[in-house]
Design a protein around this ligand. Structure first.
Ligand code: ATP
Length: 232
């Protein structure tokens, strides 16, 4: 349902990702693992058309993806970037309303749905997003992405800067959304345990390429692989 073929791109003349191909099937949660700097975020920026493609193609729900970031969002590609990038000077509800507008959704309804789905945001509804904790901003970034009704969600290091006690909650939330709404997910991470708790399948990146594709059981068992590719 989401497919990337021969993705090659980077910044200016510097190519960071080389011939990357992967797919996420309907209803699946797939991890994109790799050490710092291997190109996970760059690949996500390629998928969302934030950086231009030198080569390769992206398909969303079986159709060629539009060329622009906005077009891809409208085609059903949701994105929670690394560092979350909530709009800090907007309130929680304004952050959600802006995202709903992307898809021509009724903003009031989208805000109510989000507050229903993520009750911890309700007491903060009128607070500025910039004043929330890391975990709360992560939840807001997720709520914002969901407000546009994506069919596939890309999450870039959702556990980064989040207290360990909240990481399990984020895992539970992603599993619930996946199950209840059937949204497929690709999750870029360095946190192996987090990935093992949510993803059935994983791609492991090394130096801008996919080094291997594996499943949860193999990844869990293969300590040598964990050490070599992830340093854990
Ligand atoms: N805006 C940019 N301009 C130039 N080079 C960049 C830019 N962003 C990232 N890079 C380079 O691209 C390479 C891959 O970085 P990227 O952030 O994609 O890796 P990553 O696997 O997501 O790592 P991390 O876990 O640290 O986010 C690195 O060498 C990085 O220095």
């Amino acid at each position: 349902m989401f497919k990337v073929s021969n993705a090659t791109g980077g910044y200016g003349k510097t190519i960071i990702i080389h011939d990357v191909s992967l797919n996420v099937r309907e209803g699946e949660i797939v991890a994109l693992l790799g050490r710092n700097g291997v190109g996970k975020s760059t690949l996500m920026k390629y998928m969302t058309a934030i950086i231009p493609a030198k080569k390769g193609k992206v398909e969303i729900a079986g159709c060629p993806a539009p060329n622009t970031t906005f077009g891809r969002a409208r085609a059903g590609l949701g994105y929670v970037p690394q560092g979350r990038f909530v709009f800090p000077r907007m309130s929680v509800t304004e952050n959600i309303a802006v995202a709903a507008a992307t898809n021509g959704k009724n903003a009031t309804m989208a805000v109510e749905e989000a507050l229903e789905e993520f009750p911890l945001l309700r007491p903060k509804a009128t607070a500025l997003a910039g004043g929330l904790s890391g975990g709360q901003q992560q939840v807001l970034a997720l709520a914002r992405a969901l407000a546009a009704d994506p069919c596939i969600l890309l999450l870039d290091e959702p556990t980064e800067g989040v207290q360990p006690s909240i990481i399990d909650e984020i895992a539970g939330t992603l599993l619930r959304i996946n199950k209840e709404r059937g949204i497929s997910m690709l999750v870029a991470e360095q946190d192996l345990d987090f990935c093992l708790s949510i993803a059935e399948r994983a791609y492991v990146m090394e130096r801008g390429t996919i080094r291997l594709e594996t499943d949860r059981e193999n990844l869990r068992k293969d300590k040598a692989l964990q050490q070599e590719l992830l340093g854990v």
